[in-house]
Design a protein around this ligand. Structure first.
Ligand code: GLC
Length: 531
């Protein structure tokens, strides 16, 4: 076992590239913008950046519809810009993780254009084509995630093609060996350039029922995507050999990592994607992100996943926010304790066992921004319902209080929202009591404390409302107590003397032992003697 393994012991920071830093003033962030802001990430102390897709795309789903897996979209820059950014990030000890979208391409990808050109195209079988059902209509009862049926009729060749998301995102056929080889090559393209890992989009959907059978309907539910049990259109057992094939590509290189978006709410199924150490290195466990603000709820989800992970190869992930979910500072907001809760959530994320994934802006407590109807961008908000839009969590980073927020354009693709001028990196960086400085302090504590970045997890008894646990590695031992309730609580812990650690309450002195009075939404992480 290595002493320090970046993807296991480190912390990953997700950048939504459209919204982080805009170097050319076109209203959309870009790679050169990121390069100029690398200082922020070094200062914060993260180990890796995960970029939401920067490959070529018509942007029907903002990059999750790829028209060339081996080039940078001109909106974000060029391959040269990418190489420069990668080199500078590596010089700083920051790894680069790319989003890889293997489940579907863009309908404008040359592969799909070829596939749909004629029935006997050599690439016909790279996508999933079927005749209409007897009597007409789609071949089965599947529905798309982004509205409507999963099947779109192609007039030219007289068949339907499958898509789990938009019609502009046709499903790739992973049962076709030539497609598998072509997709493996796209990984090698970036691995050869020095990319350290991939976040693999909807990886659990790569295999479907070979007979494309109907999904069973849920009795009494409204017909549609949510009225079915998704037993045939995702998580088919054949997905595992496919993932092993992908892992084989990465294993030919040194220390590369695959983290999968296994968007299944059943952690038992998610845990299977670690295989025998021959599938994913990490899988997102979204059940934690879906947990309401509740000590027992978090404890239950964490312990459930801990219990399911294969002992030898399993290592959890910790995520509270992403480009697909409302920001957690908004989800967990509270009229009185909102800011304290954001601080407590930071401690939860950075002291538990597993690799934390931070979402840009959470380090300054960015909230969701309400988007006026005429500025909606996300196809989900447009097709399904404005309330389902993911735009509110994708607004530009607030760097400083100037009219362009230091983002680089005063007319960005999504509005800055009401916090412009109130919340920013610049305002928080020099204030030791800020959320931003708490994130930095927690990251530093985590890095220098083996119990926190490597240690085992053990739940501790605690009064209702408190989630308490111990982390331990060799002589290094930490007890963490997090008060999720809105009332003050006393926590006893195992004793002392406290040798270091952090309190989420700004300015609070560390206690001498583990007997602590915790205010509403307050937490402590206390370093204790080992043994
Ligand atoms: C994943 C991405 C999401 C995207 C979808 C389709 O869930 O995280 O943003 O829209 O896949 O690619």
């Amino acid at each position: 076992m290595k002493d320090w393994l970046w993807w296991r012991d480190g912390v990953v920071y997700q950048i939504y590239p459209r919204s982080w830093s805009d170097s050319n003033g076109d209203g959309v962030g870009d790679l050169e913008g990121v390069r100029r802001r690398l200082d922020h990430l070094s200062w914060l102390g993260v180990d890796a950046i995960w970029f939401s897709p920067i490959t070529r795309s018509p942007m029907a789903d903002f990059g999750y519809d790829v028209s060339d897996y081996c080039d940078i979209d001109p909106l974000f820059g060029t391959l040269d810009d990418f190489d420069r950014l990668l080199a500078e990030a590596h010089e700083r000890g920051i790894r680069i993780v790319l989003d890889w979208v293997p489940n579907h391409s863009s309908d404008r990808h040359p592969w799909f254009e070829d596939s749909r050109s004629r029935r006997d195209s050599p690439r016909r079988n790279w996508y999933v084509w079927r005749d209409a059902a007897p009597g007409g209509g789609p071949p089965n009862n599947w529905y798309a995630v982004f509205g409507g049926r999963s099947w779109t009729w192609d007039e030219g060749t007289g068949q339907y093609y499958l898509h789990t998301f938009l019609p502009e995102q046709p499903e790739l056929n992973w049962r076709e060996p030539a497609l598998v080889e072509a997709m493996h090559d796209t990984l090698r393209f970036w691995l050869d350039r020095g990319v350290d890992g991939f976040r693999m989009d909807v990886i659990h959907a790569l295999a479907k029922d070979p007979g494309l059978r109907d999904n069973p309907e849920i009795e009494g539910a409204r017909p549609g995507r949510f009225g079915q049990q998704h037993v045939h259109d995702e998580n088919h057992p054949d997905v595992h050999p496919i993932v092993r094939g992908i892992r084989g590509v990465l294993d030919a290189y040194d220390e590369r990592m695959a983290v999968g978006e296994v968007y299944l709410m059943d952690p038992t199924e998610v845990a299977k994607y670690y295989g025998e150490g021959d599938e994913l290195h990490l899988a997102f466990n979204f059940s934690v992100m879906k947990t309401p603000w509740d000590a027992d709820g978090f404890r239950e989800q964490i312990e459930r996943f801990e219990g399911l992970l294969p002992e030898k190869y399993g290592w959890p992930t910790l995520v509270l926010s992403s480009h697909d979910e409302p920001r957690h500072a908004s989800r967990y907001d509270h009229p009185e304790h909102g800011d304290a809760r954001a601080r407590l959530a930071a401690m939860l994320l950075l002291t538990l066992r597993g690799t934390p994934f931070l979402y840009y802006g959470e380090e300054i407590g960015m909230r969701n921004v309400e988007i006026p109807a005429d500025r909606l961008q996300d196809p989900v908000g447009i097709n399904i319902h404005p309330k389902a839009s993911r735009d509110p969590e994708r607004t530009p980073m607030l760097w400083d209080g100037s009219p362009d927020a230091g983002f680089g354009s005063s007319d960005p693709w999504l509005p800055f929202g009401p916090e412009l001028g109130r919340r920013s990196v610049a305002a928080q960086r020099d204030d030791p009591a800020s959320l931003l400085c708490l994130y930095r302090d927690l990251l530093a504590l985590r890095r220098e404390t083996p119990a926190l970045h490597r240690g085992s997890y053990r739940g501790l008894d605690a009064p209702p409302g408190i989630f308490a646990f111990e982390r331990r590695h060799g002589d290094s031992r930490v007890e963490v107590a997090l008060n999720f309730s809105d009332a003050p609580q006393r926590w006893q812990g195992s004793g002392g003397p406290v040798q270091g650690g952090l309190c989420t309450r700004s300015g609070a002195a560390l206690p001498g032992d583990t007997g602590v009075d915790l205010g509403p939404a307050e937490g402590v992480a206390l370093i204790l003697p080992g043994g």
